[in-house]
Write a protein that binds this ligand. Structure first.
Ligand code: ADP
Length: 286
């Protein structure tokens, strides 16, 4: 038995096609071409890679984009001014400040938007949570009445994922109607093991390499790996990216599993594209 490996790259390709035809339609109707602006602070290598992936994808889909680089020494005042200026610029549909910021971890999510998310109102769903939601949906996995374990409670990943999955499917922003449990760094490992073994869907977002091992996972469960951990390969000495899940071992126990890389990552980028087009559609027409 081997789990179905759910390719985020493949699902992202589906979403790309949808977004691309959406953009073509918008432009054909005489609307401005959606534009994604990214503010990138400092020289964090991973951040530069993420931003390149986003702007490259944007152009492939027919969206224009621009990246504004600022040194790590940028002041909070200048950042706020930039964000304010871009928010008022009608040529910009979507604005993204790539996190983490080198010093001050400014919350990337507007309080009003998070408020709407928590009240099940229609809103811009944070891209990683939206990616996890779409992976479940497009794989055809049922969530209603199912046990979901979210490992990690960060405000930008774990929390919004749990928020989407536990809430009511009949609300304005439909939820997954699952029984959701959240584990975090204070959850003792034996307890984590109990919780994972009950879960129909495990979402690993802890930033701990190989935290989720095969013995913890229920046979046939869906395992979604949100972790992106850079690790030195003990054999080759090369840096490589691994998730929070022991992929090779869990693959032969789970029913569905997402790889790292090629799982949640490309889907997150696809959801940034979708959100930008949504923002372009929501923009007031003057
Ligand atoms: P991300 O933004 O990807 O969610 P963070 O580092 O902000 O990453 O958050 C990591 C989350 O994982 C935190 O909520 C933390 O409590 C949780 N976590 C860390 N270690 C463990 C662990 N050993 N078991 C369960 N949860 C953990």
């Amino acid at each position: 038995h081997v789990a179905t490996v759910v390719s985020g790259t493949g699902l992202a390709r589906q979403i790309h096609k949808e977004v691309q035809s959406d953009i073509a339609k918008l432009v054909a109707q005489g609307n401005r071409r959606p534009h994604l602006s990214v503010i990138l602070v400092g020289d964090n290598h991973a951040s530069h890679t993420y931003v390149r992936n986003k702007t490259r994808t944007a152009s492939l889909l027919g969206m224009s984009s621009s990246t504004i680089f600022r040194p790590a020494s940028v002041s909070q005042e200048e950042m706020l001014e930039l964000i304010d200026k871009f928010n008022r610029d009608r040529g910009i549909s979507g604005l993204l400040v790539q996190l983490p910021l080198p010093e001050k971890d400014v919350d990337g999510f507007h309080i009003v938007n998070i408020g709407k998310l928590c009240l099940d109102q229609r809103c811009m769903v944070p891209a990683t949570a939206a990616a996890v939601w779409e992976i479940i949906r497009r794989t055809g996995i049922e969530t209603v009445g199912k046990n979901v374990l979210v490992v990690g409670r960060s405000k930008n990943v774990g929390m919004p994922i749990a928020m989407l999955l536990h809430s009511d499917r009949n609300h304005e922003r439909p939820g997954g109607d699952a029984t959701v449990i959240m584990a975090h760094r204070c959850t003792p490992l034996p307890r984590l093991k109990e919780l994972t073994s009950l879960a129909d869907i495990v979402i690993a977002a802890a930033g701990v390499p190989h935290l989720i091992t095969a013995d913890m996972v229920k046979e046939g469960a869906m395992v979604i790996d949100v972790g992106i951990n850079r690790m030195q390969d003990p054999v080759t000495g090369k840096l490589r990216v691994v998730g929070d899940v022991d992929f090779e071992a869990v693959k032969v126990k789970a029913g569905f599993i997402t790889p790292v890389p090629g799982g949640v990552g490309p889907m997150t980028i696809a959801m940034v594209m979708k959100n930008t087009v949504t923002a372009a559609k929501n923009a007031p027409t003057y």
